[in-house]
Design a protein around this ligand. Structure first.
Ligand SMILES: C[S@@+](CC[C@H](N)C(=O)[O-])C[C@H]1O[C@@H](n2cnc3c(N)ncnc32)[C@H](O)[C@@H]1O
Length: 495
């Protein structure tokens, strides 16, 4: 090793090998400073010596000390509330009906940070009357042992609980000074365990979880690691079970084992077998495999649905540390993700993800779909919070006939920038094609409302693609909502 800068590059490679997390070159100064501090606290001569000792496994327990500085812990309770609303009102009732004989549910929060996500899941399940009296458990795992230690204390700061609906905060938390303590009944349902998702084989039983939350973790990995983790996590899902990713993540090109399922305001991936079918390896083996029709029962508490979406979404955008983190790295895609030598940049002067996306849009217009896929992957790795990257991914799915995946990508783009009216129009069209008329009508109306209110924004980076302008979009929305009559086939209006 020749010097500190080589040592830092090597450290980034080690971190990725051990934890999957890609450190963008723009963050190398931060990594160097962290390594310098670690070396000093271990009384090592400097960064090169620290990295060498780490690589040789010569500092016991050092990964546990280093990873908390490297991994991103951004989280809060009821983050992405639309997913918890869909869980309570759509996913859990269906699973509860299928598991009504064994009366057990297993949930896994993978990459649980300081316990915000598993606490929210436990609060949701406690409010779901259909599983009242059942044996339901939540496994919460993370690679960061310090975060797990904090999670086990069940104490959250004001910001972490700021999105918890008031009545749930009163019911499930006790205020202790500036902190909020999770009630023992809720905390007792959660088991915390250290688990590195890139470790192979993953130490979880096959088909053993009915619901898995793997949110905002894969975005930090390279596609190869994403694929391995997605496949392993899909294996852990029980028949009929549901996997939730972060709203800006999809399983496209990562796993074809699960079915993308639109849930209205968000998306999940379902195990394709019906929930009553038990796999030979399932932790639920031998227990009531019969699938039953759903009992009439009281509905789940729709608590998170009451969180006003309009306030939750922008807040999410300002809180996404990834956006902060990737902003610096925008102009410096990591090694191996630079466009092919000789690749044409259709808009001179663009750099980084802007260039990748401009080139992707151009390639899409030329129908070079493999190249589009490649460029979009590169752009998403460089900046997963760029709505244009998700939008082009959606276009690619559209032209490839993958309507469900297109819907997932459109929703991801709109989650990041709700004002993109052309993407919303495509989402509405796709929903309509799949027969989700009510959801489609909502989206058409939202396009018209945004255009009328002046909050609609066109996509940039997409020169060369035939995107409708504001006038054309309004005409298409009207036509869809009111129906079209004339010389051609009349189109019935949406309700
Ligand atoms: C941004 S937080 C997401 C927290 C939560 N899932 C959410 O969406 O609010 C990402 C979490 O993934 C964890 N993580 C990163 N690499 C991991 C790995 N290889 N195995 C397990 N967890 C990992 C980090 O420690 C961090 O707690």
């Amino acid at each position: 090793m020749n010097g500190p800068s080589n040592a830092v590059t090597k450290l980034a490679t080690l971190v990725e090998r051990v934890s999957g997390n890609v450190i963008q070159p723009g963050h190398f100064p931060f990594l160097a400073e962290t390594a310098r501090q670690r070396a000093a606290s271990l009384r090592l001569a400097g960064v090169p010596e620290y990295v060498r000792a780490l690589a040789e496994g010569g500092i016991p327990g050092e990964w546990s000390a280093l990873l908390p500085h490297i991994t991103i812990k951004e989280s809060f309770l009821f983050r992405h509330p639309q997913q918890f609303a869909a869980l309570a009102c759509s996913v859990l009732p269906r699973l509860a009906a299928a598991r009504s004989e064994q009366r057990t549910l297993r949930v896994w929060s993978a990459g649980c940070a300081r316990g915000e996500e598993p606490a929210t899941l436990a609060i949701m399940l406690a409010g779901c009357r259909e599983v009242a009296g059942w044996e339901w458990r939540i496994l919460a795992t993370d690679v960061d042992e310090q975060a797990l230690a904090a999670a086990r204390q069940g104490l959250f700061g004001e910001r972490a609980v700021s999105q918890v609906p008031a009545e749930l905060r009163v019911r499930h938390f006790t205020q202790r000074g500036d902190l909020f303590e999770l009630s023992p009944e809720i905390a007792g349902r959660i088991e915390y365990r250290e688990l590195n998702l890139v470790q192979e084989p993953l130490p979880v039983e096959a088909a053993s979880f009915d619901v898995i939350f793997l949110r905002n973790v894969l975005i930090y990995f390279r596609p190869e690691a994403q694929r391995r983790v997605a496949a392993a996590v899909a294996r852990a899902l029980a028949p009929g079970g549901a996997l939730f990713l972060g709203p800006a993540e999809t399983l496209w090109q990562l796993s074809g084992d699960l079915e993308p399922t639109d849930l209205g305001d968000c998306f999940c991936y379902r195990h394709p077998a019906p929930p009553g079918v038990l796999c030979p390896d399932s932790g639920l083996r031998g227990e009531g495999a019969t699938q039953r029709t759903r009992r009439q029962s009281e509905p789940c508490e729709p608590a998170p649905a009451r969180i006003p979406e309009a306030t939750a979404r922008p807040k999410e955008r300002t809180l996404t540390s990834r956006q902060r983190d990737t902003a610096a790295a925008n102009d410096t895609p990591p090694a191996g993700v630079i466009p092919e030598p000789g690749a044409r940049c259709p808009v001179p002067g663009l750099t980084g993800t802007r260039q990748l996306l401009a080139d992707a849009a151009w390639s899409l217009a030329e129908n070079r779909l493999d190249r589009v896929a490649d460029l979009v992957n590169q752009a998403l790795l460089s900046d997963p919070s760029d709505p244009a990257a998700h939008a082009i991914e959606g276009f690619l799915h559209e032209v490839s006939g993958r309507t469900q995946m297109a819907i997932a990508s459109h929703r991801a783009a709109l989650f990041l920038d709700p004002g993109l009216f052309q993407v919303r129009l495509l989402l509405a069209d796709a929903l309509r094609r799949l027969g989700h008329d009510q959801r489609a009508a909502l989206e058409y109306r939202e396009v018209m409302a945004a255009l009328a209110a002046g909050t609609a924004r066109p996509l940039d980076s997409l020169a060369g693609l035939p995107l409708p302008g504001a006038g054309e979009a309004t005409r298409r929305c009207r036509e869809a909502l009111l129906g079209r009559s004339g010389d051609g086939d009349p189109t019935p209006p949406l309700r």
